[in-house]
Write a protein that binds this ligand. Structure first.
Ligand SMILES: [Zn+2]
Length: 90
């Protein structure tokens, strides 16, 4: 997922972060491609796991709630089929 150069959000005293994600929220990546999600598509699912194999949180992945669940299931499915790695125990 390409990340645009954005200033790091600064935590303010009140707990509210300024200058963070203003404007339109980025559309969910699964919805953007018509809602199709296949656990066999390992290269697509790889975008939603960290380099150590952990599933990215919704805040990071930017998925909508239903798709986050579907992606999580798909990743687990792909892991079982040895398409994706399990979380490393390093
Ligand atoms: Zn979605």
């Amino acid at each position: 997922m390409p990340r645009r150069n954005r200033r790091t959000p600064r935590a303010t005293r009140g707990g509210r972060r300024e200058n963070y994600r203003r404007g339109k929220p980025k559309p969910c990546a699964v919805c953007a491609q018509g809602g199709v999600l296949d656990w066999k598509d390992a290269s697509f699912l790889r975008k939603f796991i960290s380099d150590r194999g952990k599933i990215r949180s919704r805040r990071v992945s930017g998925l909508c709630p239903s798709d986050q669940r579907r992606v999580a299931t798909a990743v687990k499915n792909a892991r079982e089929m040895a398409l994706l790695p399990y979380v490393g125990t390093r």
